[in-house]
Design a protein around this ligand. Structure first.
Ligand code: ATP
Ligand code: MG
Length: 299
């Protein structure tokens, strides 16, 4: 076996090509996709998936905007954008004080990667929202797909807090797709029923176009039987909605945000980075495939 045939070399080459844009550009979806990443269970990989998918698509040449709707501001940290108190943020967006293009900050991680950060201001906003008109549609009203397209944005990812409160409802009303990360661990499915019922309620009353487009298995530990069992159960239950790509549990993935990085900057050749690159490609190819068959009736 020659050097360039070892798996590690192949992984490093793939990562290098993605990072330096050697002709691995992804096809653009025919319209801006707005995807909300939700699961009211905490710590399942919402933020990690948001920032790594966003970075992978941006490195593939697409325009990507992450909206941080979690007062914890973890997505803003991982994308390396300023989110100190007083920074114009998703709070101003929800309050209709400032427009999307004035709030977008360029992430240092990729040319076409942007973030509207979350600051501590967002923490009180669920209570403030209760008294406002159109309280469930505040975000939807200001996230207009045509305007986003004219800003060169192909994907918007909205990172939600671990609750089903008004911030998550706003994210679901503003999006067309929901992506649910499910951690391959005990109790993984706990609360998913509640989440599905909430998505249904939003579909019935607020946003009939919403669909659960993607379920993503995260923190998969191949050494345990449990991970395999959870993955099997999720696939049985949700079928093709589940991405083929599974995100492995990896220490590198959890270290990256501590350096204000995604896994693609922190260690582009690692298993975690390659998994997120594959997942991003899979998500993008589904859209491209479905727009190619648009007009045909599907089951
Ligand atoms: P919250 O509900 O608090 O917003 P979350 O659903 O956004 O949490 P993350 O913050 O993405 O979850 O992840 C929870 C923790 O697990 C973090 O410390 C993160 O670094 C770690 N983590 C996420 N994905 C992986 C992975 N694939 N391997 C190892 N650790 C991971
Ligand atoms: Mg989070």
């Amino acid at each position: 076996m020659t050097d360039d045939e070892t798996p590690i070399f192949a992984a490093a080459r793939q990562a290098n090509e993605v990072l330096h844009g050697d002709g691995h550009l992804l096809p653009r979806p025919d319209r801006t996709r707005i995807i909300t990443i939700a699961n009211q269970k905490g710590g399942v990989g919402k933020t990690t998936s948001t920032v790594n998918l966003a970075a992978a698509l941006a490195l593939g040449g697409l325009g990507v905007l992450v909206i941080d709707m979690d007062p914890q501001g973890n997505a803003s940290t991982a994308l390396g954008v300023d989110h100190r108190e007083g920074t114009p943020s998703s709070y101003e967006l929800l309050m209709w004080e400032t427009a999307v293009d004035d709030l977008m900050q360029q992430s240092p991680h990729a040319d076409r990667l942007f973030c509207i950060p979350a600051t501590i201001d967002l923490a009180g906003s669920e209570i403030e929202l209760v008294g406002l008109e159109h309280r469930e549609r505040r975000l939807a009203e200001v996230l207009v797909p045509e305007d986003l397209a004219s800003l060169g944005i192909d994907y918007v990812f909205i990172d939600c807090p671990p609750s089903l409160g008004l911030l998550t409802v706003n994210a679901m009303v503003a999006a067309r797709e929901v992506l649910i990360p499910i951690q391959c661990e005990y109790y993984a499915l706990e609360g998913v029923g509640q989440l599905l019922r909430n998505v249904e309620l939003v579909q019935q009353h607020l946003n009939p176009e919403l669909e659960i487009s993607t379920i993503m298995l995260t923190m998969y530990d191949g050494r345990t039987k449990l991970a395999e069992q959870v993955a099997g159960e999720v696939r049985e239950h949700f079928g093709d909605t589940v991405l083929r790509t599974v995100i492995p549990r990896s220490v590198k993935v959890s270290e990256a945000p501590g350096y204000g990085m995604t896994i693609l900057q922190y260690d582009a050749g690692s298993r975690g980075a390659l998994a997120y690159l594959d997942a991003a490609r899979e998500i993008n190819s589904r859209a491209v495939a479905s727009s190619a068959t648009a007009g045909k009736t599907e089951e």
